[in-house]
Design a protein around this ligand. Structure first.
Ligand code: SAM
Length: 309
């Protein structure tokens, strides 16, 4: 699955100046496309405006739109504005930090459109909290484990923290994730000190000795852009977290990002939170962060410091 620039003539009769078209390709078929215009306007505080965004009906409601949109945000890499019809709830876009900026306009068909904007200010979410927590504590030369490698972005982040004098081990149960992570490590030049292996975090204790690991990261859920039925599951992740706690050295740290949007995630949250919250306070400090005034199921970041064995 990948996002790629496309020729505008294939989709639009006419496009405004400085606009680009991107498509979402899955198994060599295009399943979505979008049109964005670079408006270069610093006063408007947005460099791009998204003018059209579509995912084929057959792939709607399965997370592909979310994946496409995330990739697009990454590709555009700057402030972005979108126009949505007024009756439409900004729910989808609100999840990515878009808010109305008060501007409205009339579309050619008479429909009233409202402008939503997303500034490039760093968003606070489960992942940013986990990353900030780890950034403050993981030193060059550390030995760290990414227990859910996925597409390798967290692994690459950990590599930046440990540097080449450290060691990073990434584990994922899906070969697709291991391949993606290995490719990213190679691309970034981290392969000499970081490695991705296909294994379950249920077997974490086979990869390190107790008390030797500086940090462990769990980013639960499903593989972004992968098979959504393969979700982390509490009957595996809970004992895996127990094992990871045992592997941490005193002073070591762990983060767990709990995604709880669907039934599987809800079950995992209900099993993990009581366990994490009941950890012995003499041995661990556990921070659980919520976003009580946000709507929707915001992933929950849990940050743990181990005091002694
Ligand atoms: C939300 S993704 C991780 C995202 C990733 N850290 C990244 O930066 O792209 C969750 C990952 O956990 C993996 N996973 C599920 N069960 C697992 C298990 N028992 N052991 C290891 N990984 C597992 C999934 O295959 C999926 O790739």
């Amino acid at each position: 699955m990948q996002i790629q620039p496309l020729s505008s003539q294939d989709f639009y009769k006419q496009t405004p100046p400085n606009s680009n078209v991107w498509g979402l390709e899955k198994d060599r078929a295009l399943i979505g496309h979008c049109l964005a215009q670079n408006i270069h306007s610093s006063s408007a505080k947005a460099a791009w405006e998204l003018l059209d965004f579509q995912v084929d009906d057959a792939w709607c409601g399965k997370g592909y739109g979310t994946y496409f949109f995330k990739q697009l945000l990454r590709t555009l890499g700057s402030d972005l504005a979108v126009w949505v019809s007024v009756p439409e709830a900004p729910g989808f876009f609100a999840r990515f930090g878009f808010v109305p900026d008060g501007q409205t306009r009339c579309a050619a068909n008479g429909e009233v459109l409202r402008r939503l904007v997303r500034w490039q200010e760093p968003q606070i979410n489960a992942l940013s909290i986990a990353h900030d927590f780890l950034t403050a504590r993981v030193r060059p030369g550390s030995f760290v484990i990414d227990a859910t490698a996925g597409r390798g972005r967290d692994t690459a982040f950990l590599c930046r923290l440990t540097g080449p004098t450290g060691r990073v081990l990434a584990i994922d149960i899906q070969q697709e994730a291991v391949d993606a992570t290995t490719a990213l490590l190679r691309q970034k030049g981290y392969e000499d000190f970081a490695q991705a292996v296909c294994a379950s975090h249920a077997d974490l204790d086979q990869f390190a000795l107790p008390g030797t690991v500086d940090a462990v990261m769990f980013n639960l859920g499903y593989l972004p852009g992968g098979d959504h039925s393969l979700f982390t599951e509490s009957y595996i992740s809970l004992p895996a977290i127990q094992k990871a706690l045992n592997l941490l050295r005193p002073g070591g740290v762990m983060t767990v990002c709990i995604y709880h949007g669907g039934p599987q995630g809800e079950e995992e949250k209900d099993a993990l939170l009581p366990f994490l919250e009941s950890l012995d306070p003499q041995r661990y400090t556990v921070l659980v962060t919520g976003f009580p005034n946000r709507t929707g199921c915001w992933p929950i970041p849990v940050c743990i410091i181990k005091h002694h064995a």
